[in-house]
Design a protein around this ligand. Sequence first.
Ligand code: T3D
Length: 263
Amino acid sequence: MAYQHIEFEITDGVAVLTLNRPDSLNSFNGQMHIEVRDALKQVKTDAAVRCLLITGNGRGFCAGQDLSDRAVDPDAAMPNLGESIEKNYNPMIRSLTSLEMPVICAVNGVAAGAGANIALACDIVLASKSASFIQAFCKIGLIPDSGGTWTLPRAVGLPRAMALSLLGDKLSAEQAEQWGMIWKTYEADELKAAALSMAKQLATQPTQGLALIKRALQASATNSFDEQLDLERDLQTLAGQTEDYREGVSAFMAKRAPHFQGK
Ligand code: T3D
């Protein structure tokens, strides 16, 4: 598929998906959803891809839904937002969280509405010091979606999640870093290189093991301690059967660098 609103390339085991509607701060229209869906399918099915990096072009990361696609004319029928979420946003978020590889988000500028929560659905969130996060939904009468009502309280605690969601205030990336909502901030001109370097490094690691770590940590949100112990046993069984585990131990014993193949 030829892309109009995203850029997508795969190099050295890393897929880089760049949102590319900078004039509207990379907000999502229907075509962009189709393109992101297509790219995520490639990431999932191409065995050569071992890490995904998502970022945006221009001064914003993503301003959520393109509001110019939403009817506000009093004579027009109201859009069914539930349908939009069911068809577009939820499958995208589920694709990201279930990808069996690390997903890095490099937030290059403002991340508002669904844009903020797409970032929070990624495994490691890096941001430019000039970036910000806005749960903008309340300003237009909506509720946080794209998983935000689940990820945000877990990332920052209920009191902060509640205030961010009810007030719609801008949270600076540096404050988000201090709160532990994201991993790290960088100077604006260093962000993309740092994110790519991290992605390339992760793409050389035991991909299946990393995917199992991701699965275990995600499950911890709803499991009891006992259930989590059982899950660790089961996932460690799987991890212990990978070629990369064998290689990791062999390399350690031989005092050489490991060469992981993601198998
Ligand atoms: O509808 C469904 O399917 C349900 C799902 C909903 C998910 C959602 O994401 S709902 C939330 C939608 N997003 C927002 O409410 C955020 C709207 N944007 C803003 O509040 C502000 O743009 C920002 C705080 C993000 C940034 O402000 P600022 O002052 O830095 O930039 P700006 O001037 O407002 O925006 C720059 C341009 O981008 C501007 O266009 P122009 O005037 O230069 O031609 C602006 O209209 C455009 N833009 C920004 N966000 C959107 C947008 N155009 C369409 N849709 C947007 N979401």
